[in-house]
Design a protein around this ligand. Structure first.
Ligand code: TRP
Length: 452
């Protein structure tokens, strides 16, 4: 017991409940909320999509989040070490390797986009959007920028430097301190933009695009899209929640904390939709998803929007902060692994992780221009990293995690962790339902989705 205590207390930890919550919400809220969710909602039947999405988030994904949380907090260890602690001498550590690889993969292209958002913030400050004029010019401005050989690399470097700076300072003095500052700002800014957008003439069309329930648009594809989005948006399957969970104190309520994270993530996605879609429709543009929406369509709108200059700056700060709080959590997965498994100092671990991501990110960035001819399975490096992480590593990681908790760790240990050794009064039926989902429903659903 004693050695245990020493081991636990020698690790850095989150200092407050609010700190845990904002860090987890920060990881979840990211590009996925801003550039995919609003569009998916509109494309898939508005309110009908929200209902399906909510069911996936709260019935299926939440138990998966609990599972990651349980593993992290119970083991008080990184994604790989967790399995050494919980299943000594077994091969389950492979899950951790998947987690580390997935987070490296995601971070490599995510940080490139983070770099783009810095460049666009600079453009917003310099009023470049007003000068660009037509949609075609905005499209050229974007493609010229991302395909140029040097500039995006420098911005990628800048974005990774910011990420590394926070992670270097540790959990309490770094991640917690900075996400506590960034997350409230993020919400305030997106709400301001939403108010501006909703009060435009013609905003109603965007609101009805997003919210009007249209069950005729719901197809099997809708379910796939909703589940994929829920998984990605909640940062599941690559050990982020596990890693953050390992820094959470033993008297925190895992179920509550995870539920709040999911609520914040969903709420943010809906507000982001209200910030983007009404403006898009007010300007008579048909919405798209991804980089085109955020870096071409929106700047064009900002250029002719009353108060557009200010809104543009707010928007790209929002994008930057959202990306930053997610990338911090991704880097921490890798860094905690290096620190604990290779007995490195935090500084050395951050330096190595930083160097590796920087290099991989450069390839992702160059694949938009100079290296666009380099293709594997018909995809450039950027798309390949995206594809492999979202469609292979994250689902497999998620699948193995629920299988581990459901079949290897077992019910007693899981309940023990969820109830904080029986001190939390959680209804038995709820625990049993959650465990049933972890054991049967989640693995089957993830497997089915992967086959599709
Ligand atoms: N959830 C993030 C978003 O919506 C992206 C993401 C996916 C992520 N997996 C992650 C972030 C793992 C951190 C960790 O943009």
């Amino acid at each position: 017991m004693k050695t245990n205590n020493i081991e636990v207390s020698s690790r850095d930890n989150f200092g407050s409940r609010f700190g845990v919550l904002v860090a987890m919400a920060g990881s979840a809220i990211g590009l996925g909320n801003l550039w995919r969710f609003p569009y998916l909602m509109g494309e898939n039947g508005g309110a009908a999509f929200i209902i399906i999405y909510l069911v996936f988030v709260f019935v299926l994904c939440l138990p998966i989040m609990f599972s990651e949380f349980i593993l992290g907090r119970r083991s008080q260890s990184n994604v790989f070490g967790a399995f050494r602690v919980l299943a000594p001498g077994s091969k389950w550590g492979i899950i951790g390797i998947f987690g580390v690889l997935a987070s490296i993969c995601i971070l490599s292209f995510y940080s490139v986009v983070g770099g783009w958002s810095i460049e666009y913030l600079v453009k917003a400050v310099l009023f470049d959007f007003t000068r660009a004029g037509s949609e075609a010019n905005h499209a050229t401005m974007f493609s010229d920028f991302v395909s140029s050989p040097v500039k995006p690399l420098l911005y990628h470097l800048a974005f990774m430097a910011l990420t590394a700076f926070v992670v270097l300072a540790g959990i309490k003095k770094g991640i917690e301190k900075y996400t506590k500052m960034m997350m409230p700002m993020l919400f305030v800014m997106v709400i301001i933009i939403a108010i501006r957008s909703l009060t435009l003439e013609g905003a109603g069309a965007g609101v009805s695009y997003m919210f009007k329930p249209d069950f005729s648009k719901v197809t099997s594809g809708t379910f796939l899209a909703a589940l994929g989005q829920a998984f990605f948006s909640l940062s599941l399957g690559c050990g982020t929640i596990m890693t953050y969970g390992s820094y959470v104190s033993k008297d925190e309520n895992i179920m509550k904390c995870s539920a709040y994270t999911s609520i914040a993530d969903t709420l943010f996605a809906i507000i982001a939709g209200c910030a983007i879609m009404p403006a898009v429709f007010a300007f008579g543009i048909s919405p798209g998803e991804g980089p085109g929406l955020v870096f071409i369509t929106l700047p064009r709108i900002f250029a002719s929007l009353p108060l557009g200059g200010v809104i543009a700056i707010l928007f790209f700060v929002t994008l930057l902060l959202a990306a930053l709080t997610s990338s911090i959590s991704l880097l921490e997965v890798f860094v905690s692994y290096l620190i604990e498994e290779f007995k490195m100092k935090r500084g050395g671990a951050v330096a190595i992780a930083f160097g590796i991501i920087l290099l991989l990110g450069c390839f992702c960035s160059l694949s938009q221009g100079a290296m666009s001819g380099v293709k594997l399975f018909g995809m450039n490096i950027f798309d390949l990293f995206d594809y492999v992480s979202s469609n292979v590593l994250m689902p497999i990681g998620g699948l193995l995690i629920v299988i581990f908790v459901g079949w290897r760790l077992g019910k007693t240990a899981a309940f023990d962790e969820l109830t904080n050794h029986g001190t939390l009064k959680i209804p038995q039926w709820l625990l049993e339902t959650v465990f049933f989902i972890i054991r049967f429903v989640a693995p089957v659903t993830i497997a089915v989705i992967m086959i599709f």
